[in-house]
Design a protein around this ligand. Structure first.
Ligand code: HEC
Ligand code: HEC
Length: 401
């Protein structure tokens, strides 16, 4: 791993040379040539090769220096009603589906995408989490998932300090973030761009698939897949420029999705979560608090803590579609942890007592060996942790009788 530039001060000089966003000033940008594209359409051939040294070569965005807006044709921005927490980074997500093809709806799992699909997720860091917008943010990395004929591949691209170029970087990076303002707090930490191999930690399922082969035939082969584009997270509104629209309907209207049930009520809908809502807004009723905890745990933990995930051998399950009622045990209420890192906690969830609950204790820490998720987080997610604390504290201790 290399240690790249410090973001101690997002200096005026960086802002001036950064391209993209409303604030770029053409008189002033010596880097502007890198930021002007003559091509406004995706280079699908390059996409299928999935080997571009720089992000710009795929021609995914009108301005090759701005992966946060103005996608080329067949590219659509999307958001998830509950996102994965990554150290308060802003995330800009786009899906690109080749002309004439569509994703196929799935009730509970991630949609099936055609070969040639690219999904991009760009991570940027504001100076103050209450003041976001790309022109005020430092673009750090753009992660790609590309569906090749043989399946999905992961491609991490890391931006240079001038934000004029993102290069394919398989080794990972550490980016020092200094003095990020978050409410009353000032956070300084090392933001980790994962190396390409570690994408599998979260995106690969059935990691031990090979172990259950019968007569050489593996009923559950390992597979690599996207995580977010599921009906329950896209069954939410996004403003594509004409006011909020349901994303699933928009995908259908744009010929990006087929198989969406006509009957809307049969489509799952995950409760939304945002760092900008107060806990009181989630806890109006016990049902609402549970629903929000369920979404948060599913998107933040469920990709590993599910039968097909990397943490399938633990006593904690977080995926949305497991039974989620009280003393089920699977999500950890009254469940004895199997891992060694359980100091101070008797059960994964001690109903009514978050302080004794391993789930809470592994979220409310940044200690190596204890921190959950085990990668991709350097600071405590104050808002998510408060949500789970409130939910655990609301559970009836009699559940474990
Ligand atoms: C700690 C777990 C974790 C790791 C490690 C991880 N991802 Fe993801 N990734 C997620 C989750 C969860 C989502 C969906 C939630 C969201 O987008 O906020 C996601 C979403 C994405 C998306 C958008 C499409 C989708 O799957 O939802 C892309 C693209 C992506 N990741 C690429 C990568 C690449 C490339 C790497 C390695 C450099 C990587 N990810 C490493 C957990 C992870
Ligand atoms: C990248 C995969 C991954 C993600 C994402 C992840 N975990 Fe884990 N988790 C593991 C692994 C592997 C273990 C077993 C090793 C250990 O205990 O450290 C584990 C163990 C645990 C345990 C102990 C379970 C037992 O039976 O001992 C708890 C509790 C836990 N995780 C909570 C969480 C929570 C809460 C989240 C989401 C905020 C989360 N994890 C996200 C991989 C993950």
């Amino acid at each position: 791993m290399k240690y790249i530039n410090s973001l101690a001060v997002i200096s005026a000089a960086v802002l001036l040379t950064a391209c993209g966003g409303e604030s770029s000033n053409s008189d002033n940008t010596d880097s502007s040539s890198a930021c002007i594209s003559s091509e406004k359409s995706v280079n699908w051939e390059k996409v299928l090769q999935a080997d571009a040294a720089t992000l710009a070569e795929y021609q995914l965005f009108d301005n090759p220096c701005d992966p946060t807006q103005n996608a080329s044709t067949r590219g659509l921005p999307y958001s998830l009603s509950a996102p994965l927490f990554t150290d308060y980074a802003s995330k800009y997500r786009f899906v690109f589906i080749p002309e004439g093809q569509t994703a196929t709806y799935s009730e509970k799992e991630v949609f099936e995408f055609p070969v040639g699909t690219v999904i991009t997720k760009t991570f940027t860091m504001p100076a103050d989490t209450s003041d976001r917008g790309v022109e005020k943010e430092r673009i750090i990395e753009t992660r790609l998932l590309i569906k090749k004929a043989g399946g999905w591949v992961a491609r991490p691209y890391v931006w240079n300090a001038a934000e004029t170029e993102a290069v394919w970087d398989k080794t990972g990076e550490v980016v020092a973030i200094n003095n990020l303002k978050h409410g009353e707090d000032t956070l300084s930490f090392n933001y980790g761009v994962p190396n390409q191999n570690s994408c599998t930690n979260c995106h690969q399922f059935n990691p031990n698939g090979d172990h259950d082969a019968v007569n050489g035939i593996d009923p559950t082969p390992a597979y690599f897949a996207p995580i977010g584009p599921k009906a329950r997270y896209l069954n939410s509104d996004y403003d594509f420029g004409q006011g909020p629209e349901n994303q699933l309907n928009k995908w259908v209207a744009d010929n990006m999705l087929s198989g969406l049930p006509a009957e809307n009520s049969s489509i799952q809908k995950a409760a939304d979560f945002s760092d900008y809502k107060s806990l009181a807004e989630y806890s109006g009723t016990p049902e609402q608090l549970t629903a929000t905890a369920k979404s948060w745990l599913d998107i933040n933990c469920g990709h590993c803590h599910r039968t097909e995930g990397q943490a399938s051998n633990t006593a904690f399950r977080a995926d949305y579609n497991i039974p989620w009622d009280g003393n089920e045990g699977h999500h950890g209420a009254c469940a004895v942890p199997v891992s060694g890192a359980s100091a101070g906690s008797t059960w994964i969830i001690v109903p009514g007592d978050s302080s004794q609950s391993l789930m809470y204790n592994r979220m409310n820490t940044t200690k190596a060996g204890l921190i959950m998720p085990p990668l991709g987080r350097a600071v405590i997610h104050t808002e998510g942790t408060a949500l789970i604390k409130a939910w655990i504290d609301s559970l009836d201790p009699a559940l474990c009788n």
